[in-house]
Write a protein that binds this ligand. Structure first.
Ligand code: SME
Length: 164
């Protein structure tokens, strides 16, 4: 496919995410299917962000976060709101950057390789649809600039899609 990209060179994190999010908008243009767009968004993040071991989505269904499209190892299938990093970010409806998951009370270890994590809620017109979750084998892999950039990624994804 013409938009395929394996890496993005950029001078700074904000520039990296601006380029990534332009790529995403181009890839999703003309496609409105929610699951299809979640799947390719997880693939783009895994292909272009260095030092990840997991990138994907949990979708809110009947009050629980259920595993959605992702890239990485087999993961926990259901997470409760308010528990773990994903459930906490979902319940608070804010992004969460965790430099060391082993120090986060209630962290749910799906892949023992994960040492740091960032979670961004999927909020569409005030409604919580789920979360985007990225894991890294490195400590302190993510900071607030990653969270801001990924919030824009989620905004591009939501704009492009007919959410189910
Ligand atoms: N570590 C997450 C669970 C999801 S996996 O990392 C894919 C958490 O504590 O919510």
């Amino acid at each position: 496919m013409s938009h395929a990209v394996d890496s993005i060179r950029a001078a700074s994190k904000p520039e990296f995410y601006a380029a990534l999010n332009r790529q995403l908008a181009a890839i999703l243009a003309g496609e409105r299917d929610w699951i299809c767009n979640l799947a390719n968004t997880s693939a783009l993040l895994m292909q272009t962000l260095p030092d990840l071991n997991w990138a994907g989505f949990y979708l809110l269904k009947n009050g629980e976060l259920v595993l959605g499209p992702f890239q990485g190892k087999i993961a926990c299938m259901r997470l409760k709101l308010g528990q773990g990093v994903c459930g906490t970010a979902a319940a608070r409806r804010t992004s969460l950057v965790v430099p060391n998951v082993h120090e986060f009370s209630g962290h749910i270890a799906c892949d023992s390789a994960s040492n740091s994590e960032v979670v961004v809620p999927l909020l569409h017109r005030g409604e919580l649809l789920g979360v985007l979750d990225l894991d890294s084998p490195s400590l302190a892999r993510f900071d607030d600039e990653d969270a801001r950039g990924l919030e824009q990624t989620v905004a591009v994804l939501l704009r492009a899609s007919e959410t189910a």
